[in-house]
Design a protein around this ligand. Structure first.
Ligand SMILES: [Zn+2]
Length: 289
């Protein structure tokens, strides 16, 4: 983006020295203010010999978009105040407002783009591209959930650290996800690929817990949430096995609560994991204080 503007030397000085850090810091974060004021100082330095009424050619940086828009409205206001009695220099103000409007439009576009990125907009991807993206993402997600479990302080008996190997596939139809103890976790990811066309992702669960909100089924527009949920489900099995094994000597009852594959013990672990990685975003009302 290339937007240039002519602005009076005295107004650059006003923004830098009078309005200054305190003025901008009302609306913008510290680091951004400092960065913007540095840029402003540089422009002023480069035009050292200019007189207050001289017009300085300024090249506006995309990096400071929102701050520049704000700064221009300050300059417009300042100019109006200065000229209240002597008749407004309307051409100057109109010029500034035109640039500010142009910048606002760009700013909106940039904001929209970053919003759709955050909203995990993958609608433009082909099935193959999406599979590639999932393949990258699932490894990070897996590591996150595994680290969380290994550091989790909520277990009655903390099991020894585990590191099951992750395998995954996009085979349609017969493939199911499973955890083989603490050795291997296998994830079957083709259903999430199929949901790309709908733009909504469904997360399937077993009948016995399907309607149990914090560990049940859900539909979401965030494609990462079902990946997290599935990883939480299978790694909960691995931690269930680890507890069953490691707690036997210290807390037999706790160890035995981990006997059933989808029993109460496992459900508790799965819920703790889901709360951390899925439910906070899916059901924010559950976490309102
Ligand atoms: Zn299971």
């Amino acid at each position: 983006m290339d937007i240039e503007l002519q602005i009076k030397k005295k107004h650059l000085d006003y923004l830098r020295f009078d309005f200054g850090y305190d003025g901008f810091n009302q609306l913008f974060r510290q680091m951004r203010c400092i960065s913007f004021l540095r840029w402003l100082s540089k422009v002023i330095r480069e035009n050292k010999g200019a007189e207050p009424e001289d017009l300085i050619q300024v090249e506006l940086s995309e990096h400071h978009l929102d701050m520049v828009v704000h700064a221009l409205s300050i300059v417009t206001y300042q100019t109006l105040c200065e000229t209240l009695s002597s008749g407004a220099s309307s051409e100057y103000i109109e010029g500034i407002e035109a640039v500010a409007n142009k910048l606002r439009a760009v700013e909106d576009k940039v904001r929209q783009e970053s919003l759709s990125e955050q909203g995990n907009n993958v609608g433009h991807l082909t099935r193959e591209q999406f599979a590639k993206l999932i393949a990258e993402e699932i490894q990070q997600i897996y590591q996150e959930v595994l680290d969380f479990g290994n550091n989790f302080s909520g277990f009655k008996v903390k099991p020894k650290e585990i590191a099951p190997k992750l395998v995954f596939n996009f085979k349609a139809g017969t493939s199911v996800s499973f955890a083989r103890g603490t050795q291997v976790v296998s994830l079957s990811l083709s259903p999430f690929l199929d949901d790309l066309e709908r733009g909504k992702w469904f997360y399937w669960e077993y009948k016995s817990i399907r309607a149990n909100k914090p560990i049940g089924e859900f539909t979401t527009q965030n494609w990462k949430l079902p990946l997290y949920a599935l990883t939480c489900h299978e790694l909960a099995h691995s931690f269930q096995m680890a507890i069953q094994r490691d707690a036997r000597m210290v807390d037999l009852e706790y160890a035995q609560s981990m006997d059933k594959p989808h029993g109460k013990g496992w459900q508790g672990i799965y819920k703790d994991f889901r709360d951390q990685f899925v439910n906070r975003e899916l059901y924010p009302e559950m976490f309102a204080n």
